[in-house]
Design a protein around this ligand. Sequence first.
Ligand code: SF4
Length: 190
Amino acid sequence: MGLEAALPAEGFITTRLQKVINWARRSSVWPMPFATACCGIELMATASSRYDLARFGAEVMRFSPRQADLMLVAGRVSVKMMPVLQRIYQQMAEPKWVVSMGACASTGGVFDTYATVQGIDQYIPVDVYVPGCPPRPETLIEGIMAIQRIIDEDGIPPTGPDGLRQPLGVVVEPTYTPLPQPVPLTVGAN
Ligand code: SF4
């Protein structure tokens, strides 16, 4: 990892164990993608080469809660699907965090219908809300970095006096400036 080059031979460093654990944990966040709609495509783009989520150590996505510690809900969730989401959340290892990606996951978005959950935070604790319809990959990365900062500072998520997990409810802001539309065409120009 380059550390050995920075240290003299037979050298040693001192630190707190909690700091090392937090550093390891924040550098290897393991997402559990719960992508149900168009936001899922942006999630795929975030993991792909242009945005390269691997830079944050968070590119390992398997559709299993076994090792996952970051639930990424991307897209609308129907009432019928909610028990599945809850079960997967409960099966994930502790400590775990939740990102609500996009307007649909956070509020139901434009789907103001009886069949769509009007915000997943009614059923599971949401730590970071990523706004947009869909959020751009930069904004999702901002949300994942917010989780990393939370891990750096606190290590484990807070619980209330009743022992239940407390949602952190952090909201990230878009970090990009939209281009004016329409953008000039460049492909195939003479
Ligand atoms: S927030 Fe927009 S982009 Fe995301 S799932 Fe809903 S409609 Fe699709």
